[in-house]
Design a protein around this ligand. Structure first.
Ligand SMILES: [Zn+2]
Length: 301
């Protein structure tokens, strides 16, 4: 797989259309797309329609959880490629928004990256040796409930047959960075299971071959990779930043504004279609596609 060709392909893909669709969903549903709401249902229908149009058969995995004093019924969406289930590659991002905003960067951008990776694999004619399971999680914004439910429902055998998990939670932060999870904890101390360092390396290979600066970000438990890591499944993924202020060093690498939050609208009502960097979204999505394809095609034992 040629990293430069994958980036070029993603530079030609109109990914903002997915974000426009999710913004319309929020506009039609009280300004949000939170789990258990009509905005979540409409978000799900958009994703399912896109997957079906690309030749996938999406399935809902329904579950309930507690939010405040309420029982919420919601669901994840899963869609599989062909390929061996013995080395399943799970690629996901959370589909829900917070309750007080439309969640276009958090995590419409991650949804767009996962969806476009699924679509690109079909368009590029990639025939996975290992099954890829695309996942759109519910209730991340409550307590990682969707990914937690998925991992809890896996048997020991299912866990053994899950080769790795790739996560995207924010890929278009308007003052953002390109960051990759620190698989071996060499920069931040918290390492993932064996194999997580290799995932980090494959992401960096994509950015290096495209002369795009990138950095690491810690596994701090803040997104859907956490239940997978806790189950001993290697993990990795991408993050474009939220409440941290951009440093001078980061401005030199990526441009943007020093001293301003990487995402000034994180978890706020202003996380709209105007709160995104569409070029960054294409680069991050290309990276996700490259790493997904690398593991989908890898010979493993
Ligand atoms: Zn998020």
């Amino acid at each position: 797989m040629d990293a430069r060709a994958v980036l070029a392909a993603f530079k030609g893909r109109g990914m903002v259309g997915h974000l426009e669709a999710l913004q319309r969903v929020a506009d039609n549903n009280n300004g949000n797309r939170a789990s258990g709401t009509s905005g979540y249902e409409d978000s799900a229908r958009y994703v399912e329609d896109q997957l079906r149009a690309a030749g996938y058969t999406p399935v809902r995995q329904t579950f309930t959880y507690r939010r405040d004093d309420q029982t919420v019924e919601t669901f994840n969406i899963l869609a599989d490629t062909a390929g061996s289930a013995e080395n399943t590659v799970v690629v996901g991002g959370h589909l829900d928004s917070v309750q007080n905003g439309p969640g276009i960067n958090d995590n419409g951008s991650g949804v767009a990256a996962v969806l476009e990776t699924a679509r690109w694999m079909k368009d590029a004619g990639i025939k996975p040796v290992n099954r890829v399971r695309f996942a759109f999680w519910a209730a991340e914004e409550d307590d990682l409930d969707g990914s937690g439910h998925y991992v809890n429902a896996l048997s020991e055998d299912d866990i053994r047959r899950t080769a790795l998990y790739l996560n995207v939670d924010m890929a278009a932060s308007p003052n953002g960075v390109r960051s990759v999870h620190d698989g071996d904890g060499s920069d931040f101390g918290d390492d993932g299971p064996d194999g997580s360092k290799e995932i980090e390396d494959v992401f960096f290979r994509f950015f290096e071959e495209n002369s795009l600066p990138a950095e690491t970000t810690p596994f701090d438990g803040g997104s859907d990779y956490e239940p997978f890591l806790q189950a001993g499944i290697p993990g990795g993924g991408l993050f474009s930043g939220d409440v941290e202020s951009k440093t001078d060093t980061q401005v030199q690498a990526y441009g943007g504004t020093a001293g301003r939050d990487l995402d000034p609208c994180y978890h706020e009502a202003c996380d709209t279609l105007s709160n995104i960097d569409s070029a960054l979204l294409q680069e991050m999505s290309g990276a996700l596609a490259y790493v997904t394809a690398a593991y989908a095609l890898a010979a493993r034992n």
